[in-house]
Write a protein that binds this ligand. Sequence first.
Ligand code: ANZ
Length: 849
Amino acid sequence: GGGYDAYAIQQKWQQRWAEADPFRAGGDDDTRPRKYVLGMFPYPSGDLHMGHAENYAYVDVVARFWRHRGYNVLNPIGWDSFGLPAENAAIQRGADPREWTYANIEQHKKSFREYGSSYDWSRILHTSDPEYYRWNQWLFQRLYERGLAYRKESPVNWCPNDQTVLANEQVIDGHCERCGYEVIKKKLTQWYFKITDYADRLLDDLNQLEGFWPQKVIRMQRNWIGRSIGADIEFEIEGRDERVTVFSTRPDTLHGATFFVVAPDSDLAAELAAGASPEVRVRFQDYLERVQRETDIERQSTDRPKTGVFLDRYAINPINGERLPIWAADYVLADYGHGAVMAVPAHDQRDLDFARAFDLPVKVVVDTTAPITGAIPVIELDDDGVPIDPGADEASLDDLDPAKTGIALTGEGRMINSGALDGLSKRNAIARIIEQLEAAGVGRAAKSYRLRDWLISRQRFWGTPIPMIHTADGRIVPVPDDQLPLQLPDAHGLDLAPKGTSPLGGASEWMQTVDPETGEPALRDADTMDTFVDSSWYFLRFLASNDPTQAFPTREADRWAPVDSYIGGVEHAILHLLYARFITKVLYDMGLIDFTEPFTSLINQGMVLLGGSKMSKSKGNLVEFASSMVDPGADAVRTAIAFAGPVEDDINWEDVSTTGAQKFLARAWRVAKDVTSDPDVIWAEGDPALRRVTHRLLADAPGLIEHNKFNVVVARLMELVNATRKAIDTGAGPADPAVREAAEVTAMILDLFAPHTAEEMWEILGYDGFVGLATWRSADPTLLVEESVTSVVQIDGKVRATLQVPARIDAAELERLARADERVLRSLAGREITRAVVRPPKVVSFSTH
Ligand code: ANZ
């Protein structure tokens, strides 16, 4: 009697883990090497689903793996518990976001315990606890002291539905990331973190992550920061005292500038228009209103017809004194570079399209038909991979005239019509013109970034209050450190509904404070922080989450950080990771930590799909976590997910077989039940064939896990369980030492995927301690030597050759060896193989007709 009862086993071991707390990270006296394994912490919005199940299954594989490998592992869990989802849900239900949030957290905790995740439960944190967010406020003060937190009025992305400001990153194709509403621009005074000061370091340090982070994430970060190298060039404007600066990546083409363009929504455009005739002013105003309704995406699109308004003003080219008409046009963006460009239509496609639309002159200053000596020719391929004929040899510069062809000359060449620059290559011309501009005091080498400063203030309730005070005489001063945390007021009685001003402003008592310097009445800042502030440093708080005296102890950071393995969804590829990287560098500059990158290696798991789309609450296609914990149970869910495919691939939930996983786990468990030898048998005396399977897995699994090939390890465990079953039933028998050895190794490695079943097996096999803490056995090298077998090669039905090949050879490799064999080649005598049937490892059969 007594079948495999997954749920009973699950409950039994969860109880034991709860009592013994075996996965708590070792303290000061623990001399093992350390690993910090971290899963991106969840939002407590609603219950967990299979997307979470996937993420936290992988986290546990990695954490448990390093424990078996003899490491002192830190694997904590917490909740990213501030933010809009909680607030919106609370508004809909007329509840307090606090009650809603903490009720969800309780549900999550229960689910994680039911999942058997091996967390250090002593380090739990919730970012909405005052004990946590006081350190957000502390961090804000430190940034403020360093000039990295500042206020400015600027056009911000505004979601009219959520009535809140959105960071650029939260605007997806012109729409609100959260609710899908179209985002508009609005001018507001807001708090910013000066992440742009760190742009170069954020970009350059990506090099050290190469090979440890997914290539795709590194590329996305690079593009997001978007560094361009070029020059700032100052232009006089007729009728204006101050010069205007433009950024250009092609200062070499300065002699080819024929007009000047300003962003219609820039202060400069408004000022220039104000100084023009009433007619121009009206036309400009109409145009501006139209532009303000456009998204940045539309403005940057290349296939829309170019639009603009001539402002009847002129800029002066600093290099040759030419008068350049000034236009306002939407293809120039107000918040990139300096919001103004020198237009060089011959060599910039956008400028050329504009010049052709408004009949402006085009002046070629780079002869792209002139060869650059020493330059390596770049061969461009078309969509079919066919080299595009550059045609430069035959074409004369006249044929290529952009004014006629409509195609800007963006390639390499030699400078012409450019005075002292004539004859130079692009690189040399750029260096030379920068020297000239510097000498004349009208320009310098410069870089420009796509990255913007991080807008951190939100007009919402459920977040960290910004710890600043607005004095009656208009100063803005920090809340002194010893008055932190500045706690949120009670939500009851406050109107949380979005209306464009912070709900905290309605907490009249809370808003009243005193100027810490003068004692005069003053007001608090009513805004709260973006929740990305909370998640930018939480990995450090886990190092001593209960420490009331500091954000984190430097000594603990030295011991544990940075995170060795960070695991989470690719949806955080840009924002969260960028902000965490930024804050890490700030903390490094403050001397609080000795590393500059927070996450040494990163795993992005694929998504769990149901019916072809991402499993999510909003799509209503959730497979709920809680219900699956009873049937098929945690172990089957985890094993099925790990087996479903490579970590980074998406998983179709329809294709995931929890029944298959359950059957496999029952088989493994039964193997342990059938073992009849004692734990003190001598391994070496067991069946060598079974021992080879066991030891090959012991040898291969570490590399496979470190390369995130979890599915392969599950497949290999299945192979081992089958081999053991065969040995028990038809081979060496249940008393053979190799059978016990195989069962023990199965339990130890199965612990990564199905920890409850693994613990149960371990107990059945006669052990007292937890298998989760068992050390990895080392593989016996003498058992790793590959067996070899004889393979026959037939040609048209006749055996022509035999080969000695490894027993585990695959079809492709066997066919390759057969085709290359000398005897085979001789028998073929030049005849072509028309068909090959390969059955590894024993037979290859070629036909020649
Ligand atoms: C003259 C020029 C000549 C340019 C030429 C390019 C080619 P990236 O690479 O994206 O950094 N630019 C500068 N500020 C702009 C703004 N606010 N809105 C739209 N365009 C702007 O692009 C830098 C180039 O984009 C700059 O170099 C400028 O045009 C334009 F043959 O200056 B260039």
